[in-house]
Design a binder for this molecule. Structure first.
Ligand code: ADP
Ligand code: MG
Length: 649
């Protein structure tokens, strides 16, 4: 019999396919099962339309491993294929699209490397079986025909089709497994255990039963007068039983659960159903905080179940964390974590999406540009946001728990988008309010504005206590203003990207210019500044380059001195950057503020007038201010000597 060649481009594709597209060989089974399922769908549809449904009998997919022959067969009683269909469907890979693609990429090299990415679009599913097979036969009899044909191929060198015998319609695909080579063993595809696991993992929700004959051992039944349970060979009533005897029986098992949870009606599902599914699927022992079950039809059709975990996985804030949703195409899993379905800042969401609009063989690269994927991702993003908003509104305690685990992710979302996502995310943020001593939203901060307030005051530091000890803090609190205590590293970077909230600017309490100060206050301070010009210059001279400027301030309450900064980088940001491995050594422009009302200031004046150690005092005050701001002092030994000298005096 004459062997027919695959078309040239098919050959090249096939070669690439076998060697590069799918690194995960396991998925061949998924591909064959999904084809069988399609064949059953087609038959089902045909028999519905020609009213012969009853005659179709039970529609099933059957998997049979044969260890002696080292073959695995996948059989279905679906629509089947005629001789022509065998040739057309299996003889040419990616009939239509590939040629066009090849023409566009006539030059070698570049086109070659791009090929695997494009392959995903076309129907190459069946050929994935060549990753594990040295030979494949397809015996098929089409619905309504009494002829059968056998298609045979050993891979690249072509295929044959010949008439054959087959009882009943459908298709039997026999995969002759490759010989084991070193590390690579194909025997596992003959093991009940592996096959069962693969079906559960990739094809659990195929809507037709996937059956397999499974050998199990069970206890032989024996006769006994008592009616007790004899499982253990022992009996509660104390009378003796024979040693248990075991027998091996063959059982026909259905490997898949068939009904995807997400396709079931919300109304018939309980929280328990959703949570059980979550722990099974995503291996989290804690119940999720919430779930979303959503369907969309029309523009793009999909079904999704999403979960908010109760706590952040240990590696959530590291690069190792795998974000993404499981992606299904008509009940068949095609990707374990599809990142493109979620914006990075919602990366904590777990779940799955099932859409018939996404091709089973779509590649990762194609997904990113896929219009349907973008539409789905957009829909899901809105759903997630709405769910978070309603949790914030209706269950504050739960929301705070959520925010504790994943709030950082939202903040990074704003920061990393240079504030573009602020509109989306700002309403979801929580900060500690100094006045109310609890977590509040930015809107709640605005709601509690003082009559003349125009700015949102915040203060950054390692802890709320540290922030509360900042000299400028007391000034604002005493005047009745609330201050947001920010303790995450990203906080200040984020507020800088935000461009205010609802038209009100963010102002750090250490900022030199805040509106909380009255004009009179500012004027009085300017006058004092002028009066003490020489002293201020002397202090600046003593500190040299350490500070950019020395000035007086009315906002230091009971502290003699404080550091503040000018320019884009604040002291807090400098601190955060200096702690990062690649943070560099960017420095904030430091300004030393002195409190003219403090007795220490009087002592400075005296030292200046009477030739005291003004330089020494200036350094002490500077170091003190550094410490208050949570920064390292320049020379601890020198600082200690200076203090000691003061004590001895
Ligand atoms: P796709 O499933 O994306 O179309 P495949 O390479 O997986 O691509 O399959 C190619 C074609 O072969 C299918 O479209 C179908 O027409 C046919 N086919 C494969 N397996 C079967 C089967 N078990 N029964 C009927 N037709 C099949
Ligand atoms: Mg297929």
């Amino acid at each position: 019999m004459k062997k027919k060649q695959f078309k040239t481009e098919s050959k090249r594709l096939l070669d690439l396919m076998i060697n590069s597209v799918y690194t995960n060989k396991d998925i061949f089974l998924r591909e064959l099962i999904s084809n069988a399922s399609d064949a059953l769908d087609k038959l089902h549809f045909r028999t519905l339309t020609d009213n012969s449904g009853a005659a179709a009998g039970e529609l099933t997919i059957r998997i049979t491993p044969d260890k002696q022959a080292r073959t695995l067969t996948i059989e279905d009683n679906g629509i089947g294929m005629t001789k022509d269909e065998l040739e057309n469907n299996l003889g040419t890979i990616a009939k239509s699209g590939t040629l066009a693609f090849r023409d566009e990429n006539a030059g070698e090299g570049e086109g070659e490397s791009a090929l695997p990415e494009v392959i995903g679009q076309f129907g190459v599913g069946f050929y994935s079986a060549f990753m594990v097979a040295k030979k494949i036969t397809v015996l098929s009899r089409a619905y309504g025909s009494d002829e059968a044909n056998l298609w045979t191929s050993e891979g690249l060198d072509g295929y044959t089709v010949e008439p054959a015998e087959k009882d009943g319609r459908g298709t039997v695909i026999t995969v002759y497994l490759k010989d084991n080579e070193g590390e690579e063993s194909y025997d596992k595809y003959l093991e009940t255990y592996t096959l069962r696991e693969l079906v559960r993992k990739y094809s659990d929700y195929i809507r037709w039963p996937i059956k397999m004959l499974v050998e199990t051992t069970r206890m032989k039944e024996h006769e006994c007068e008592c009616e007790h349970d004899h499982e253990d060979g022992e009996c509660e009533c104390g009378h003796e039983h024979k040693e248990p005897e075991y027998e091996t029986v063959t059982e026909d098992q259905t490997l898949n659960s068939m009904v995807p949870l997400w396709r079931r009606n919300k109304a018939e599902l309980t929280d328990e159903d959703y949570n059980g599914f979550y722990s099974d699927k995503f291996h989290d022992y804690e119940d999720p905080l919430a779930h979303i079950h959503t369907k969309a039809e029309g523009g793009v059709t999909y079904n999704a179940i999403l979960y908010f975990p109760a706590s952040a996985p240990y590696n959530f804030y590291s690069k190792n964390y795998k974000r993404g949703l499981q992606l299904y195409s008509n009940g068949v899993m095609i990707m374990e974590s599809c990142e493109d379905m979620l914006p990075e800042y919602f990366g904590f969401v777990k779940g799955l999406v099932d859409s018939p609009d996404i091709s089973l063989n779509i590649s990762r690269e194609m997904l990113q540009q896929n219009r349907q994927v973008r539409a789905i991702a957009n829909g899901l993003k809105k759903k997630i946001k709405a769910e978070l908003e309603s949790m914030l509104k209706d269950d504050r305690e739960k929301y705070e728990k959520f925010f504790k685990a994943f709030g950082l992710s939202l903040k990074y979302g704003i920061y990393e988008s240079y504030g573009m996502e602020a509109e989306n995310l700002a309403d979801l943020l929580l900060f500690r309010s100094a006045k109310q001593d609890k977590q509040i939203t930015l809107q709640e901060y605005l709601d509690a504005f003082e009559p003349n307030q125009t700015e949102i005051y915040y203060a950054c530091g390692e802890s709320p206590e540290m922030v509360r000890s900042l000299p400028q803090y007391k000034y604002l609190i005493d005047k009745g203003y609330d201050v947001l205590l920010m303790t995450d590293n990203v906080d200040e970077f984020m507020t800088k990207m935000m461009n205010g909230y609802k038209g009100k600017p963010f102002k750090s309490i250490t900022d030199s210019d805040i509106n909380a100060q009255s004009e009179d206050e500012k004027k009085a301070m300017a006058e004092k500044q002028e009066e003490n010009k020489e002293l201020i210059e002397a202090v600046k001279a003593a500190l040299g380059d350490r500070v950019k400027e020395v000035r007086l301030s009315s906002r230091l309450s009971d502290s003699p001195a404080a550091l503040t900064s000018e320019g884009p980088l604040s002291l807090e940001m400098e601190k955060v950057l200096s702690e990062m491995p690649l943070g560099g050594d960017a420095k904030a422009e430091r300004i030393l503020e002195l409190n003219p009302e403090h007795p220490v200031f009087a002592a400075l004046v005296k030292a200046k007038n009477e030739g005291g150690d003004l330089e020494g005092y200036a350094k002490l005050l500077y170091n003190q201010a550094l410490m208050m701001a949570g920064l390292r002092i320049d020379d601890p030994a020198e600082f200690a000597r200076a203090i000691n000298a003061l004590i001895v005096k």
